[in-house]
Design a protein around this ligand. Sequence first.
Ligand code: RIB
Ligand code: CA
Length: 324
Amino acid sequence: MIVRKSNIQTFHASTEHPLPIILDGDPGHDDAIAWVLVRSRPEFRILCVTSVCGNQTIEKTTYNAGRIMALLGMDVPLAMGLAKPLFRDPIIADTVHGKTGLDGPELPEPACQPVACSAAELMAKCLEESEEPVVIVPTGPLTNVASLLLLYPELKSKIRHISLMGGGIARGNWTPAAEFNILVDPDAAKIVFESGIPITMASLDVTERALVYPEDFERIRCVGNQVASVVAGWLEFFYHFHQSLGYPGAPVHDAVAVTALLRPDILSGRDLYVQIETTGEFCRGATVGDLNRVSGKPANAYCLMDINRDAFVDLLVDAVAYYG
Ligand code: RIB
Ligand code: CA
């Protein structure tokens, strides 16, 4: 039994009081699976979805978000994020997610067009209208969340928590030092990690243990509904890239940021002071964790380090069964 301990993440979603959340992602196969999990749970109340440029261009991640929402029957507003990171040129991950950003299974067309306002404006509207503080679940670069904080500083108190996928204390996956989401927009990540908002960080340290094996793909497919078939197809496509690197399964990174809110009991981690490297020839985008507490600074993130993989896969199987 993995026991978590954090002074930063001090709550988790429950059916008694569904958690209002905002989903911000760059779908992306693992973003899509994270959203399948969220949509299947009564512990969450999705306020809106925003797309961010990352795995693919903003046009493609927005289109993919619309298709996923149509597949899952997510009847909430969708807004398009910024076309590029705050101060840098985009980096896309077409080698991982394909030219569409969500290659693989056929999907329905979006049921509706994105709203006219920007992602930051839609996030702000949802924060303003919410009777209680909201949890934001970013699973791509932090461009939109940073924009929200820059444009609407008065709304920071309406953000209860940020449960994000990003970073890697021990290593990177796009450069030796940097994980993709943080590398794409390190300036945005710096703004978010220095904001003072409590952060749960599903970094590579834990997400590369959240492996879904090929036999699990079949277990999911055998649930036997349309979403189960699509998720199995997404996993198969996502696994191809990772298999070529020697992974025994697909690391479903983004679903861990959701799992942290739902089942913190199957995760463990530690509170850490994390800094973002925004310059440097070799280390731009690195998430530097103060493991030996030498900085004297208080922890700003609950960094997840381990997961009960079997329990994680069970969560995903239960999630697709919801769509029966
Ligand atoms: O490094 C993994 C992260 O980058 C995931 O969020 C994946 O979807 C990509 O955005
Ligand atoms: Ca993502």
